[in-house]
Design a protein around this ligand. Structure first.
Ligand code: 5AD
Ligand code: SF4
Length: 465
């Protein structure tokens, strides 16, 4: 079959889709880059906010019409399939296939079943019945079967270190759809990273919903996250090691010291605050106070002075007052984030916040607060990036810039005088760096002298490595 996969949501979903491409291709299917002409469309979905789900509902509406005129197999994979289960298929009869995030290894078999006209469903068991050894082995098979040549980038790759989440922040659907926390065996992770390095990848990003809670025990031996980093950092060819997303509570000094002492671990910390107010943090069940979060930022600055910080904020959480909001604006002003992801609160059915609290911040006020946080971060981001002007940074050149890609789509040729294009790359601190150069430099490292800064990126000139 010709299969089109559309991926929504987080990096974990991007990784899952990449692994699925390998899996279905090995089963004899072909992946196509456009839905037109596809025999099957599969949505790898996200349930974190309503907006992401609405997008899929609207696609399903269009697919239902398409199905009326030609055969088409429609599948919903991942978090939304798990959250809505069979209700989704009942309400959207166009859906032929449902697959939970822990069942993706079943996809080839599900496709075969759906192809014969039967509805194919594989959902994860309830959180209360944790996966047994056989389930875990089946889930592992997806990651272990990975073809390292298939990573979308030739220089970098994602590697999952854990699944699920046990933290239960009150607003969050993840613990319900991605199931209980489970850390992968360190030897499996190491084998996967080695395979990617042998295939020429040099930047590895470790993924987990709460990646720094990683902890694996076998035969009386415990591997904590800092131990895992130390073990992986020894692998030859690993030039950059990153990890996302961290929970502030589990960001201990040992981890900051690992970041300081292991030369290939990048100085990059994505540890969402979600709010600057103690009262809101408490209702969110985040497990820390503003003071404790401030202490983490202070330790980070002390131990890894060049670390880049990135935050997430939710605005308009139930009961958020003007003073609570002002505390978030203040935190953004203090933290010196490189960037922050700012979201309006979206009540998710079945979460503790949705059951316990009324969504009482009016939409117009949520929007205004959202804009105020964005404005505060714009100022903070500009100041953050400005510090780098005049410095030389190591940049991994990842591709052409968005501006250059637009030119390509309009079929404009590179500057006829110089043959140079605008390239985009990432510093070790994950800054976006834009610079002129030949496209032969894509997927290589360069030293760039930073000449200017905006609120979201740096501009540089390439020197020799
Ligand atoms: N509403 C808005 N934002 C949310 N996030 C998680 N759940 C919700 C929700 N119900 C945000 C958090 C998290 C990021 C991945 O998404 O900021 O860090
Ligand atoms: Fe959701 Fe909180 Fe778990 Fe992150 S730590 S996935 S926000 S429950």
């Amino acid at each position: 079959m010709k299969i089109y996969i559309e991926t929504l949501g987080c990096q974990m979903n991007r990784l899952d889709s990449e692994l699925l491409v390998g899996l279905v291709t090995a089963a004899g299917h072909e992946i196509v880059s456009h839905r037109r002409g596809a025999d099957a469309v599969l949505y790898n979905t996200c349930s974190v906010r309503r907006h992401a789900e609405d997008k899929v509902y609207s696609r399903l509406g269009v697919d239902a019409k398409r199905k009326a005129v030609r055969p088409l197999l429609v599948g919903v994979l991942g978090c939304m399939a798990q959250r809505e289960g069979k209700d989704l298929a009942r309400r959207y009869p166009a859906v032929d296939l449902l697959c939970g995030p822990g069942q993706l290894h079943e996809l080839p078999a599900l496709l075969e079943k759906a192809r014969t006209g039967r509805r194919a469903v594989a959902l994860d068991p309830d959180r209360k019945t944790p996966p047994d050894a056989r389930d875990l082995e089946a889930m592992e098979s997806l990651d272990l079967s990975r073809d390292p040549a298939r990573t979308p980038s030739r220089s970098g790759a994602f590697v999952r270190v854990m699944r699920g989440c046990d933290r239960f922040c009150t607003y969050c659907i993840v613990p319900f759809v991605r199931g209980p926390e489970h850390s992968r065996p360190p030897e499996h992770i190491e084998r996967e990273v080695k395979k990617l390095l042998d295939a020429g990848r040099s930047e590895i990003t470790l993924l987990g919903q709460t990646v720094n809670r990683y902890r694996h025990e076998t035969g009386g031996k415990t591997t904590r996250f800092a131990d895992l980093l130390a073990r992986l950092s020894l692998l030859p060819g690993l030039r950059r090691l990153r990890f996302v997303t961290s929970h502030p509570v589990d960001f201990g000094r040992d981890l900051l010291e690992a970041m300081r002492d292991l030369p290939n671990v990048c100085p990059y910390i994505h540890a969402p605050a979600q709010s600057g107010s103690d009262a809101v943090l408490k209702r969110m069940n985040r497990g820390y106070t503003r003071g404790q979060y401030d202490d983490l930022l202070a330790s980070a600055r002390e131990i890894v002075p060049d670390a880049t910080l990135v935050g997430d904020f939710i605005t308009g959480f139930p009961g958020e007052t003007d003073a609570d909001h002002a505390a978030s604006v203040d935190l953004i002003g203090q933290a010196g984030y490189k960037n922050a992801f700012i979201f309006k609160y979206s009540p998710r059915p079945g979460t503790p916040a949705e059951k316990r609290f009324e969504d009482d911040v009016p939409e117009a006020l949520k929007r205004r607060r959202n804009m105020e946080l964005l404005a505060a971060q714009k100022t903070a981001g500009r100041a953050h990036h400005q510090q780098y002007v005049g410095r030389v940074l190591e940049v991994l050149i990842t591709g052409k810039s968005a501006r250059e890609q637009k030119k390509d789509r309009r079929k404009e040729s590179p500057d006829p005088q110089t043959g140079l294009v605008q390239l985009q790359g990432r510093s070790r601190g994950d800054h976006i760096v834009l610079m002129e150069g030949p496209d032969s430099l894509i997927d290589t490292y360069a030293q760039a002298r930073i000449t200017a800064a905006s609120d979201l990126s740096l501009f540089g000139e390439i020197g020799r490595e």
